[in-house]
Design a protein around this ligand. Sequence first.
Ligand SMILES: NC(=O)c1ccc[n+]([C@@H]2O[C@H](COP(=O)([O-])OP(=O)(O)OC[C@H]3O[C@@H](n4cnc5c(N)ncnc54)[C@H](OP(=O)(O)O)[C@@H]3O)[C@@H](O)[C@H]2O)c1
Length: 321
Amino acid sequence: MKALVCESFDGLSGVQYRDLPDPKPQEGEVLIKVNYCGVNFPDTLIIQGKYQFRPELPFVPGGEVAGEVLEVGTNVKKLNRGQRVLAAMGWGAFGEKVVVQEANVYKIPEGVPSEQAAALLETFATAFHALKDRAELSVGETLVVLGAAGGTGIATIQIGKQFGAKVVACVSSEEKARFCKAQGADEVINYEEENLKERLKDMGGANVIFDPVGGNQSELAFRSLLPGGRHLVVGFASGEIPAIPWNLPLLKSASVVGVFWGHFWRNEPKKNARNTRILLKWLEAGAITPVISQMYPLADGKNALQDLMERKAKGKIVLKV
Ligand SMILES: NC(=O)c1ccc[n+]([C@@H]2O[C@H](COP(=O)([O-])OP(=O)(O)OC[C@H]3O[C@@H](n4cnc5c(N)ncnc54)[C@H](OP(=O)(O)O)[C@@H]3O)[C@@H](O)[C@H]2O)c1
């Protein structure tokens, strides 16, 4: 099969499109013929050796797919050949075939396009876990989303609206602000041109901050938190891990809350499966919709990774296999 293969931790220059032997499913595993792969920011980190996991070289990057079941290993109970499925994995997605544990494979609901299914899990499951399990977001609370036009950001806007929150989307350009409004954000702030802390204060402050960006906006956002507020630490797309003065959580009576969806789905698989089933119902009902702004053929997958690294992506980028 053809695949994008990471041969050294040198970023894009270490990734080659080449032949690999077909994988074979073992006990409890499913072999999927991949039709689409979702591309995510962690894929840009893993090829630089900067992610939480550092696979042995060479390896195939990519964390989510949609496709068809080609073959099942022994003891696979719920899936059969030919079924349309989506699946998440730490790496291995950017190829024509992939082997995944049955527990991480879900049937695609009737009527849902496969490309949307491929763009669901990493971002929407992260956003859902963050808002439901970590922030315990309530109806009527104000949810502030940094990097709101990105993959996790758009998912958080949509899920925040499902929770009945007021959603404030924060972005770096007018184009991204318009994009977030179209996705249901109640208010938008361009943090390149406006003072984030002042604007949030004028709006009455924040209950929950979803922060996948880090850098200098994090402290400004934290300072807008109301008593009982929760600042969700999701990622550092800016490349900068902020250092927040330790007195601020005390003065604000607010919490810094870590979010690590990968840890959650590995260690609490039943809860993660329950969350995923809710997301699939919402997807089927049209209550949430992954927004795909660009699609590249698998062979050009490096362009997708480059767009993410250069802050150019809006919503999700998907590879067509
Ligand atoms: N904790 C978890 O469980 C979990 C799960 C998934 C992802 N993540 C992490 O969350 C972060 C965001 O993921 P994502 O899928 O939302 O990524 P994304 O689609 O690339 O969006 C990230 C946003 O960050 C902002 N940004 C600021 N400086 C940037 C820079 N130098 N390069 C790229 N983007 C920059 C951009 O918005 P503006 O231009 O509007 O500022 C961009 O839209 C990543 O660090 C990822 O590893 C964590």
